[in-house]
Design a protein around this ligand. Structure first.
Ligand SMILES: [Zn+2]
Length: 343
C-alpha cells in the first residue's frame, strides 16, 4: 500500500510525507477520523514507506521490503486488530494480552528495516488496563519503534496516551472524489459510481466494498422505492407489514433508510430545480420526475426528516421494528393526504 492508494485526505498525506522527507519520525501517531475514510490505508502506506529500502516520501512498492509488507509478512510491521480474547470471546478492542506482546516485541531492535511499526486499530475502545500498558511503552519508547493508534475520536483515547502521540486528522471524503475512485479503480460506470458515492456518505471504504461486492445497487433501490410507494395505500396494516419486512434486514436497515433518503431528496430536488445534474439517482430521472409531480414539498421534507430521526434512533439501539413502524406510519400519514404518491 502506497500513498497513491489513498483517496483524498490531502492534509494527512502532506503531513506524513513531510515527516518521511525530514526523517523526524515521532514515536507515536494518533490517526483520528471516521471509519472507512482511509485511516488504515494511510497507516499502512506510512508504515510501508518507513520500511521501504528505497526511502523517500512514498514506498517504492517494488523492493523486497515492500513486497513483504504487501504480503502481510514483514517482521517489522505488526497490525493489532481486536480479535478474540484468551477466553475465546470476540472483542471490540485490542486487549491487554496483545499489548503485552507488543511490548515484548518493541523491546527488540527492528529485524530488517530502520523502524519497527505497530498499528493499533480501534484505540478508542481499548480498556484502561490495555491503554495504561501501552502508555508505558510510549513513556520510554524503545529506539526505532513507531506506534500508530487509529481512533474515531481523540477524546475517547486515554488523554495521557493521546498527548504523547502526534495527531493526524482524517475527514469524510467528498462524494465526487469517491465516484471518481470507483470509476478509476473498479471500472464502475459513472451513473452508478455517483449513486454509490452518495450512498457511502463520505466513507470511501464502504463505496469500494459495495463496488467490489458485485451486488446490483439499483436492484436494492427498486425494493426500497416499491415499499415507499406501497405506503401511500390507505390500508393501515401496510406500514406495519413493511416495518416487519425491513426490520428483518438487520445490518442492512440503515442502508435501506439511506437509499430511501436519497430517493426522497432527489424527488424534492427535482421539484425545486428540474435539474438532472443535481440528482443522485441519475439513471431514474423519469421516475423521479413522476414522483415529484405527485408529491408535496412539505411532506417530502417531513419524510426526509423522519428518516433522519429514525436513523438516529437506530444508532441509539432502539428496537428496529418499533422505529420502522413509527417511521412508516408517519410517512404513510403524510402520503395519505398529499404526500409521496406514485403516478
Ligand atoms: Zn520499497
Amino acid at each position: 500500500m502506497t500513498f497513491r492508494g489513498l483517496i483524498d485526505q490531502r492534509r494527512a498525506r502532506l503531513l506524513l510525507q513531510a515527516v518521511l522527507r525530514s526523517g523526524r519520525v515521532a514515536h507515536a501517531y494518533l490517526f483520528v477520523g471516521p471509519s472507512g475514510v482511509g485511516r488504515m490505508t494511510a497507516a499502512r502506506a506510512f508504515a510501508q514507506a518507513l520500511l521501504c529500502a528505497a526511502g523517500g516520501d512514498d514506498a517504492c512498492d517494488r523492493c523486497t521490503s515492500c513486497r513483504k509488507v504487501g504480503a502481510g509478512a514483514h517482521p517489522d510491521l505488526r497490525v493489532l486488530t481486536p480479535g478474540r480474547s484468551e477466553a475465546g470471546a470476540d472483542r471490540r478492542a485490542v486487549g491487554i494480552d496483545q499489548v503485552r506482546e507488543l511490548k515484548r516485541e518493541a523491546a527488540y531492535p527492528p529485524y530488517e528495516a530502520r523502524w519497527k511499526v505497530f498499528i493499533v486499530e480501534h484505540a478508542e475502545a481499548m480498556r484502561a488496563e490495555a491503554a495504561n500498558s501501552l502508555l508505558k511503552v510510549l513513556e520510554e519508547p524503545p529506539p526505532g519503534v513507531v506506534i500508530i493508534l487509529i481512533t474515531e475520536s481523540a477524546e475517547a483515547v486515554l488523554p495521557t496516551l493521546a498527548s504523547r502521540a502526534q495527531a493526524v486528522r482524517f475527514s469524510f471524503v467528498p462524494a465526487p472524489e469517491i465516484a471518481q475512485a470507483l470509476t478509476a479503480r473498479c471500472g464502475v460506470a459513472p451513473e452508478r459510481a455517483r449513486y454509490l458515492a452518495a450512498l457511502a456518505g463520505g466513507r470511501v471504504g464502504a463505496a469500494l466494498a459495495d463496488a467490489r461486492s458485485g451486488e446490483e445497487p439499483f436492484e436494492r433501490r427498486r425494493e426500497v422505492v416499491a415499499t415507499l410507494a406501497a405506503l401511500r395505500s390507505a390500508d393501515v396494516l401496510v406500514p406495519l407489514a413493511a416495518a416487519e419486512a425491513v426490520a428483518r434486514q438487520k445490518e442492512d436497515i440503515e442502508r435501506w433508510l439511506d437509499i430511501a433518503l436519497l430517493w426522497i431528496r432527489d424527488v424534492a430536488v427535482w421539484q425545486e430545480t428540474q435539474d438532472p445534474a443535481l440528482l443522485v439517482n441519475l439513471d431514474a430521472v423519469q421516475e423521479i420526475a413522476a414522483w415529484a409531480g405527485g408529491a408535496s414539498g412539505v411532506r417530502l421534507r417531513r419524510a426526509a426528516a423522519a428518516i433522519e430521526e429514525a436513523k438516529s434512533h437506530l444508532r441509539r439501539n432502539l428496537n428496529p421494528r418499533l422505529v420502522l413502524e413509527a417511521l412508516f406510519v408517519r410517512i404513510a400519514r403524510h402520503a395519505d393526504r398529499d404526500g409521496v404518491r406514485r403516478p
